[in-house]
Each structure stands twice: as structure tokens, then as C-alpha cells.
Design a protein around this ligand. Structure first.
Ligand code: 5GP
Ligand code: ZN
Length: 121
């Protein structure tokens, strides 16, 4: 999939509408169109990377930044754990088709606002 046809690249360029929550020079965060929980947000790099499966060492800082942004958004959304470690959220990369990846532009799922179970399906 080329950047030209990638749905998430189109969202970053504003060619496809999205509910934006955060943007800086490296990442973009928006609400998932098909939420699996009361809070379901996607954090994506502005650079088109297929997924963790093609991650290069030069992008390690970028992925770290995605986690920091996810943490801040979770706090804003009121789902971050309190001092007793109540509440909470899940951060997920689906890597490849067997793992459930359907969009091949790297994205970190931030999911929360309900009790979750383990293991995931
Ligand atoms: P994956 O299954 O690849 O890990 O996650 C892709 C996610 O992107 C899915 O949760 C799906 O609902 C979401 N998604 C796909 N297309 C769009 C879109 O056009 N807009 C938004 N906001 N989310 C999308
Ligand atoms: Zn893309």
C-alpha cells in the first residue's frame, strides 16, 4: 500500500475526516471509527510505516513518543490508573493479519473505559 492510497495517510493530510485529539510534528491521534470500548483512540506516526514488522532502529524514538502521547491522552480521557492502580487502559499494536492488523500504517490502539479480560481473543 502506497502512502497515496493509505487511509491513515489520508487522515493525516485531512483528505478523510477524523476526530482529532492531538497532533504534533511526529504523530497524530484520533478516535477509532469503530470503537471496541468507551474510549478507543489511535495514535499514528505521520511517517508511513507499515507496522512493527517493518520498524527500523531509527524509528525507536518515534515509537517511544507514541507511548508518551498515549499516556497523556489517557490522563485527559480520565482512564489513567489512580494511586491505588484502579481504572486503566490497554495499549495494543496488532502486528500482521493473524494478529488482527487491517490497516497497514503503524498505529497504537489506546482502549479503555471498561473492565477488560485477558487473554484477548
Ligand atoms: P487494526 O485492526 O489494523 O489493528 O486497527 C485498525 C483500526 O482502524 C480499526 O480499529 C478500525 O476501526 C480503524 N479504522 C479503519 N479505518 C478508519 C477510518 O477511516 N477512520 C477511523 N477513525 N478509524 C478507522
Ligand atoms: Zn500511511
Amino acid at each position: 500500500m502506497e502512502e497515496k492510497d493509505c487511509i491513515f495517510c489520508k487522515i493525516i493530510r485531512g483528505e478523510v475526516p477524523s476526530q482529532k485529539l492531538y497532533e504534533d510534528d511526529k504523530v497524530y491521534a484520533f478516535r477509532d471509527i469503530n470503537p471496541v470500548a468507551p474510549v478507543h483512540i489511535l495514535i499514528i506516526p505521520k511517517k508511513h510505516i507499515v507496522g512493527i514488522q517493518t520498524l527500523e532502529e531509527e524509528d525507536e524514538c518515534l515509537v517511544g513518543h507514541m507511548f508518551t502521547v498515549a499516556k497523556k491522552i489517557a490522563q485527559q480521557e480520565g482512564i489513567a490508573p489512580d494511586e491505588d492502580l484502579n481504572r486503566g487502559y490497554r495499549l495494543v499494536f496488532n502486528v500482521g493479519k493473524d494478529a488482527g492488523q487491517t490497516v497497514f500504517h503503524l498505529h497504537l490502539h489506546l482502549i479503555g473505559g471498561r473492565q477488560m479480560s485477558w487473554p484477548p481473543g
